[in-house]
Each structure stands twice: as structure tokens, then as C-alpha cells.
Design a protein around this ligand. Structure first.
Ligand SMILES: Nc1ncnc2c1ncn2[C@@H]1O[C@H](COP(=O)(O)OP(=O)(O)OP(=O)(O)O)[C@@H](O)[C@H]1O
Ligand SMILES: [Mg+2]
Length: 290
């Protein structure tokens, strides 16, 4: 079993912005979903875990070793798929994997070759191994990203919004791949897609403004909202008065008609009950006053 323990972690950027605030979290094998709006601090947290930036205070322990004091330990056991890869060098997929494998310390040539070829098979890129990565489609680039993250059989894999920009088929394929690799390792997945967390993750957390607001098993968090979520179609003019009288957690257009969804311990008059979804957990968490 692998464990990652984050204790009272804070990260303040040079411009004074605090992106992570006294955050504590314990994660073990399986897929862990990190949900949060833009700017919540997800990427900042992930980059700190992988040792790309040093925290201002607090510590991170991976399998008993302090990540900040001994960054090489986690780096040897880590696969990271960043949100933004930047520019790819003009080399073939195979050669780029070869380069990354050397950086990851896979020194044996035969072993390196075997790993690269089997990973290219796994992510369905074997036939494109001689093509340059910058010519790949978005989905192919993401699958390449997974291949490089898996080099060296990491025990912890961190993927930051991996399916953003993928078409539904590519997204399904990508999720199936993540699911397959998450059995015996820690996978931390940050995403805006609540549905993906519901389908893939055994544990999750909602993050906002540098803090974890709620964590647990998706199914348990959903069950806590049983008989507490209600909805009603309204006209646009009524919206403001409903905001002052009800705890609106979301509003959305359904077949061009405005619906509001509210959280309430008792059934509000003229509202219909709604079967709670993880989306409601997410919105309810974000609308709650600290
Ligand atoms: N290098 C930096 N210097 C200063 N502030 C930064 C830096 N990087 C990020 N921030 C700020 O820290 C906060 C958290 O950013 P971060 O990228 O971690 O959020 P996120 O949850 O990953 O958002 P998104 O969902 O948009 O990717 C934001 O307010 C952002 O503007
Ligand atoms: Mg981010």
C-alpha cells in the first residue's frame, strides 16, 4: 500500500498570493479525485506534491519519506501529467519517451526499449511511434502524456485535468486507461468533470481558495444529500427573490427553460424532489459559508 500524507501545507507565491492554505490530506492506493473551480489551487497543490515548487510551510510524506527534504525519492516513483505540457521538442514519440526514460533513471537499454514499446501499445500509439509529438491531435498528446507518466512503473501518478479538450470517445478511452492503472498505485486526478470523479474515483475532495472544503467517498457524500435537493422551473424575473429566500445551489437551462436547484432540509413549497448527484455535492459545498 502506498500512502501520501500532506500536513498543514501552505504555498505563497512570490507575488504574495496564497494558493494553498494550511491543507492536510491523506491519500492511499486507488483513484483520488480533486474537484474545484478555476483558481482553486489544484495545479498549485499538484506541482508542490511532485516537487516542482517548494511549499512555504508544512510537509508532504510519501511512503515514509519527506518529499520536500528528499525530492528524489518521490521523483523516482512518480508519474506526472501536467495541465500544460508547453512546447514539444521536434522529435518522434519514441525518441521523446527514450529521453524521458533516461531522465527517470531507466539505465538498462533493453529494459528501456521494452517498456517504451509496451507503453506505446497500451496507449494505442504504437503505429505513430515515429511521428513527432507536436503533430499529434489533442487526444493523442494526452495518451502520449500517460505513456511518459507511466515510464518507470511509478507508485504515484498525478494527472492534472487530463481530459480537458478531448472528444467523448477519447475521454472514455482515457478514463478506462486511468482506471486500469489505478489498481495498485495512487492516482490523483484533478478535473472539472464531476461525472468523471463519480465514475472513476474511490475517494475525492472539493477544493476552493487553497483549502479542502469537503472530502470522502463520492457515494457517501451523495447519500448525505438524500431528500435535501429540490428543483423548480422559474422565470428569469423571479430569480432574485428566490436567491434571497432559498439556498440556491445551481441554476441551469433545461430545454431552454430556467430551473433552479436548492438545498433544503424540508421540501420547499412547489418544488420537486431531485435525486442527488455528485454535481449537487460540489455546488452545495461551494455555496456553503465557511
Ligand atoms: N506562478 C504563480 N504566481 C502567482 N500566482 C499564481 C501562480 N500560479 C498560480 N497562481 C494563482 O494561484 C491560484 C491557484 O491557481 P491554480 O493554477 O493552482 O488553480 P487551479 O485550481 O489549478 O485552476 P484551474 O482549474 O483553472 O486549472 C490562482 O489564483 C492563480 O492565479
Ligand atoms: Mg489547474
Amino acid at each position: 500500500m502506498n500512502t501520501l500524507t500532506i500536513n498543514h501545507l501552505s504555498l505563497i507565491y512570490q507575488n504574495g498570493h496564497q494558493a494553498v492554505k494550511d491543507l492536510s490530506l491523506e491519500i492511499s492506493n486507488g483513484m483520488f479525485g480533486l474537484l474545484g473551480p478555476n483558481g482553486a489551487g489544484k495545479s498549485s497543490l499538484m506541482k508542490t506534491i511532485v516537487g516542482l515548487q517548494k511549499p512555504t510551510s508544512g510537509n508532504i510524506i510519501f511512503n515514509g519519506t519527506d518529499v520536500v527534504k528528499d525530492p528524489d525519492h518521490i521523483k523516482r516513483n512518480l508519474g506526472f501529467l501536467p495541465q500544460d505540457f508547453g512546447v514539444y521538442p521536434k522529435v518522434s514519440a519514441y525518441d521523446l519517451l527514450e529521453h524521458i526514460a533516461v531522465l527517470k533513471g531507466i539505465t538498462n537499454r533493453t529494459e528501456r526499449k521494452n517498456q517504451i514499446l509496451s507503453l506505446l501499445e497500451k496507449v494505442n500509439l504504437a503505429e505513430f511511434r515515429k511521428k513527432e509529438v507536436h503533430t499529434f491531435s489533442g487526444g493523442m498528446k494526452q495518451r502520449f502524456g500517460v505513456a511518459q507518466a507511466l515510464l518507470g512503473n511509478p507508485k504515484i501518478i498525478i494527472v492534472d485535468e487530463p481530459t480537458a479538450g478531448l472528444d467523448p470517445e477519447e475521454r472514455n478511452r482515457f478514463n478506462a486507461l486511468l482506471n486500469e492503472i489505478s489498481q495498485d498505485v495512487i492516482v490523483i486526478l484533478s478535473t472539472h468533470l464531476v461525472e468523471d470523479v463519480r465514475n472513476l474515483c474511490s475517494e475525492m475532495a472539493v477544493m476552493n481558495k487553497g483549502q479542502i472544503l469537503r472530502k470522502g467517498k463520492p457515494a457517501v457524500l451523495i447519500s448525505e444529500l438524500e431528500n435535501r435537493i429540490w428543483s423548480k422551473p422559474i422565470s428569469k424575473d423571479e430569480l432574485e427573490s428566490y436567491y434571497s429566500s432559498h439556498e440556491i445551489i445551481s441554476r441551469q437551462l433545461i430545454e431552454r427553460e430556467l430551473h433552479i436547484t436548492v438545498f433544503s432540509e424540508e421540501k420547499p413549497e412547489h418544488f420537486d424532489p431531485v435525486k442527488p448527484l455528485l454535481e449537487h455535492v460540489y455546488f452545495h459545498t461551494l455555496t456553503q459559508k465557511p
